[in-house]
Design a protein around this ligand. Structure first.
Ligand code: GUN
Length: 295
């Protein structure tokens, strides 16, 4: 069935609007003597991760906030990384610390996320911040889930009582997004699907909103989508030629009522939410006395 053109959920334009506001908030902080500062740490030289981190620093430059880009060799040991995180935890000029994921196998991502001072957890991925989200009292929010909810709200996609199927239970997107969408006040009816749910088509076909963060090429096709449903593709993977492939197959546009573009739909919003977190943390630094500042 071809329903004509679906609404395009344009994350880039949506993020640009947020950037305009964030730029003003950053300038106001700078004028009061607080320069928001983020430190990123990238272990190894994976080209995709390197590109993501590079874009984060470009965004910092655009907003006029300070950023430090630390690159460590692939073989760096965990104690060295933990020591570096600690040095930023105690540096009063650093507001946000981000360790780019995924990490090499020999490093423990949970121990490393947990080593960041939760008050400087600009990613919202520290166990304390994920725990607050889980308990229904969110503080610093995970960036991609927050970006997705912003996108849906921007396009006035109803969420309360709606059946939302999330595909992928990863710690960066799927799992925290399920928590976020089921919060009181958002009130979506969430199904969290993963590799052990097979087939996924029946659940997806009854969903009002499908959000895929699986990283499996063309996992979701038109046969799995209810006519008029909203489809958000976050997961990407790379084919053997190195070309980026979405979780969402091309034919989905024939049935969806609203859909993200095949590439680059949520990345800018993730960065916007990262900057929102940074400015929120720096605002706290600006409004507290030095003796109460994060150590
Ligand atoms: N890798 C892919 N996305 C993210 C993100 O939002 N934060 C971190 N730390 N790593 C990532």
């Amino acid at each position: 069935m071809d329903l004509g053109h679906p609404i395009l959920l344009d994350g880039d334009t949506c993020a640009d609007q947020l950037f305009d506001d964030l730029q003003k908030r950053a300038a106001a902080l700078v004028a009061r003597g607080t320069i928001p500062k983020i430190v990123t740490i990238l272990v190894g030289d994976d080209p995709a991760s390197s590109a993501y981190v590079g874009r984060k620093h470009d965004t910092c430059a655009r907003l006029g906030v300070a950023s430090e880009d630390t690159r460590l060799p692939y073989a760096v040991d965990q104690d060295t990384l933990l020591g570096l995180i600690h040095s930023h935890n105690v540096d009063p000029a650093v507001d946000g610390i981000l360790v780019q994921l995924p990490l090499p196998q020999h490093l423990d991502p949970v121990a490393i996320s947990a080593a960041i001072d939760p008050r400087k957890d600009v990613d919202g991925l520290h166990p304390v911040n994920l725990g607050k989200l889980m308990m229904g009292t969110p503080d610093i929010m995970p960036c991609t889930p927050a970006g997705i909810v912003h996108l849906l709200r921007h396009y006035r996609i109803p969420l309360a009582g709606q059946r939302v199927a999330i595909v992928g239970r990863g710690m960066l997107v799927g799992r925290p997004l399920a928590m976020l969408l089921s919060l009181k006040g958002i009130d979506a009816q969430v199904s969290l699907l993963h590799q052990a749910c097979d087939p996924i088509g029946d659940t997806l076909r009854s969903a009002d909103i499908v959000i895929s963060a699986a990283g499996q090429p063309d996992l979701i096709d038109a046969s799995m989508i209810r006519a008029g449903a909203c489809v958000v593709g976050v997961g990407i993977s790379y084919d053997t030629a190195g070309k980026m492939v979405s979780d969402i197959a091309d034919d989905v546009v024939r049935v969806a009522g609203a859909v993200t573009p095949r590439h680059g739909s949520v990345g800018a919003l993730t960065r916007a939410k990262l900057m929102e977190n940074l400015i929120q943390i720096a605002s706290r630094r600006a409004s507290i006395s030095p003796k109460d500042a994060p150590q």
